[in-house]
Design a protein around this ligand. Sequence first.
Ligand code: SF4
Length: 147
Amino acid sequence: MIAMALAKDPVLLVADEPTTALDPTVRRSVLGLLLDCLEETGAALLCITHDWNAARRLCQTAAVMYAGQILELGPAAQVLNRPRHPYASALHRSMDGVCPEPIPGSPPALTDLPCGCRFQPRCSNSCETCCSIVPEFNGGVRCHNLQ
Ligand code: SF4
């Protein structure tokens, strides 16, 4: 698959969940192969993944998305190791096994988004403002109450 994707010498490769359902050994090989191919061809990579560790290995810049919005964007080392947005922080804790509890609730349907902040029904930092005013994207994070 990677060879086929690179056969036409692309400038951009989009990898959508490249490590899903792979065992750890194959996963390591696939990531290594992907990195080697990118280095050889000079192609850029857009990686869409739930695999926090794959993103750490592959990406220089990371964006954490929720319900169709970017909630945090910045250098991968910062976003993936010291996230500031409540959703990104909760994901980070659950992915790294620091707090194995899942984030309560479920993501909203895109046809029925909550008012204000899209993460508000699930956020433990939520306040009255969060329920009514959409947070602006400011300094790489979209949140009214950064701690
Ligand atoms: S804006 Fe409010 S509800 Fe949304 S993530 Fe920040 S604190 Fe939580």
